[in-house]
Design a protein around this ligand. Sequence first.
Ligand SMILES: NC(=O)c1ccc[n+]([C@@H]2O[C@H](COP(=O)([O-])OP(=O)(O)OC[C@H]3O[C@@H](n4cnc5c(N)ncnc54)[C@H](OP(=O)(O)O)[C@@H]3O)[C@@H](O)[C@H]2O)c1
Length: 263
Amino acid sequence: MDLRLSGRTALVSGSTQGIGYAIAEALLREGASVTVNGRDPERVRAAVAGLTAAVPGAKASGLAADLADPEQVSRLLGDLGSIDILVNNVGLFEVAPFADIHDEAWQRYWEVNVMSGVRLTRHLLPLMLERGWGRVIFVGTESGVSVPGDMLHYGVTKAGVLALSNGLAKLTRGTEVTVNTILGGPTYSDGVADAVAQISQAQSVPVDALKAAVIGGNQTSLLERFIEPSEIAHLAAYLASPVSSATNGAALRADGGVLTGIL
Ligand SMILES: NC(=O)c1ccc[n+]([C@@H]2O[C@H](COP(=O)([O-])OP(=O)(O)OC[C@H]3O[C@@H](n4cnc5c(N)ncnc54)[C@H](OP(=O)(O)O)[C@@H]3O)[C@@H](O)[C@H]2O)c1
């Protein structure tokens, strides 16, 4: 299928590694120009270099900004050219007992997981509506639908992302702009790999055994393995494409079958 992304411009938030990086790569492979983002200029430069080396003819550039900081978001938006496709990917996650999640962590999760998307979309969506075409994609999670008891700050903020995305889609009525969310499931991103490596070292358990235990402990995964970042990225590339024009205001699952409902 030709996704007809040649000539389109995209921003992927939080894309120096993991799912964001895979989405940037998928969009570049389809011919879009992509701006990658992360907090550290050196890591952003490295990501742009990696993508340029991996994808022949890639039009990749980078903008460093901490998306938890409104001033840095404003600066990024000022430096950004015209954007057709916004992928709100950046997100924090960690396992933590509810009693140990203090106000500061709740606020940090709110700023990164919800407000980064609010601020970027508030600026870019009106411009897409003016130009008559655009795509806003949120990278959500099944944890925003079935909230884990040991990741409440994650699940609650990601439930907020689902509401935000659904509401924003209602602003696009009668246009060729769409707003959708991907419901990811357990994905072996760089962030997850780092966490697994740390636990492996701390508990002297081999990485493979830990990976198997995490997926084995998940009673509902139909995939019975971790999802690869590229498997999320393929859905993102489809949603970014003009061919997905009839999908709007939706939450689409790439969760390995973790959610058990029909819809
Ligand atoms: N992995 C999973 O199992 C899974 C499942 C479902 C959904 N998701 C969602 O997928 C998204 C990406 O997850 P991931 O696992 O790929 O994460 P990851 O590997 O930890 O990567 C996170 C990315 O975000 C950037 N970042 C972090 N804080 C930032 C900030 N304040 N401002 C700008 N950039 C920032 C990091 O760049 P720097 O460190 O260079 O700043 C990095 O590029 C998240 O929204 C997550 O909720 C993940």
